[in-house]
Write a new protein. Sequence first.
Length: 294
Amino acid sequence: MDFVDFPAMGRADLRGLRITIDTAFREFTRAYGETLENLFHPIQVLLVFIENLLINTPWIIVLAALALMIWGLSRSWQIVLGTVISLCLIGYFGMWEDTMRTIAMVAVCTLIAVVIGIPSGILMARSDRANSIITPILDMMQTMPSFVYLIPVVMIFGLGKVPGVIAVVIYAVPPIIRLTNLGIRQVPADVLEAADAFGSNGRQKLKDVQLPLALPTIMAGVNQTIMMSLAMVVVASMIGVRGLGQPVLQAINNQYFTLGVMNGLAIVAIAIIFDRATQAYGKRLQKHLEAVHG
């Protein structure tokens, strides 16, 4: 036995395996590509609507609306003031439209991630079998290089907004699933026993006890999902998603230092705004729940 060279599949067999898998996937794309495009068309409609709303609405109204939203989440004038100053600087340096496109993309991706992630996290919390099945899938989703996600979605959908949304959601959804599962599992056993003593069924316990107590942890998952969506913006720009990622990609290709840094700082500013606002909202929820159950 040869202990020098690792025993590997022959090149011809490996090539045959790759060709077989690639051919099968192309046939799947030809057979179901149009159906999948029609299925995901509402996502494109929603994204285009939000994007056009943010871009075509007078900037002062958009700025005021975003400031009010951040105030509603954080109840902090410091965060609101930082938001207004950051967005004014972004607009002053000519990045307003790209920023609005990026915010629209992050909003849609976060919404989809929440719709998928919270029910999946609840399922994992209520079923150890589902937990054991879904956890390795989440491990793979979080460790797979983000560029790999682009290959299948581009083969199915081509270039554009929809494949970008799908790639971003796949990359960003694991934290909210994990933290929803964690938050529900960390609800104290004595609280659940008290709910049982009052005759609550499984649905009532979930709605009235587990989800409210897990809400701060779930909000931390939403926070991480938003951060990971923003981190994926530059990668998504490679498949035609417009926004702050495209100038960064252009700067990389053409070695434009200032262009890359300015748009990168705009992404950082948005990330900090949403991070501080969602963290503040999570802390407010925690204090409220402590006061209610204290």
